[in-house]
Design a protein around this ligand. Sequence first.
Ligand code: CIR
Length: 251
Amino acid sequence: MASFGNFTHAIVRGIPASLVREALRSSFCEVDLAAAQHQLQLHIGTLKDELGLQVVELLADESLPDCVFVEDCAVVCGDTALITRPGAPSRRKETEAMKSALQELNLNIVEMEDDTATLDGGDVLFTGREFFVGLSKRTNQRGAEILAWAFKDFPVSTLPVFEGLHLKSFCSMAGPDLIAFGSSEPAQKTLKILQQSGQVLLHCTPEEYPNSAKVFETLKDHLLFPVSNSEMSKVDGGLSCCSVLISKTGS
Ligand code: CIR
């Protein structure tokens, strides 16, 4: 069973000179290639020397200006690696080198073969217990469904991305059970939806069980749904008796 953290390896990729002029961007900014290379080297040094990870370094490809952003090409959880179908057509070939590197690491490879699906790894947040997938300019519902099918052991919820490129443009795991969220209004709107999607409690009404209801009301992050069950309880039925809950992943 996977958990958050406990990483052993990292895959990174060099920066092609074509990034300067041709990488996708939402507004034009001049990139200093030498400074970018230097920053990437420091980043890789931290992964290797400070964190002790085994780092696999893929070569830059001049025909793929965005290839340094390897996160978007694969989602790895436990021994399974889902090769994505990036939302930007100019980025789709980036997955080839990623797939080979993940095969070399003996991971079980799952590919997105549906050409209506799009998914960027930047839209995938794994908490250790569940996945959240941002529906963004780059990731669609079908992409999220295929992710749910690939990682059947975990619940998957989708979240709208109201601004920016990806879900993880404004949030990230900051430790086990800790998600850091941006303070912008669209980020906070997504956070509200995340909180609601994760913490839902159906419970008997305060009229039926006043002491229990008082306890539930202290759960500030839960969305509470009081439901009357007084008639069923006359024939020994509890609230959970009246439904069979199923978490079906994929289609
Ligand atoms: C793009 O627009 O696709 C790239 N210029 C940036 C991708 C960044 N991806 C990420 O942070 N996961």
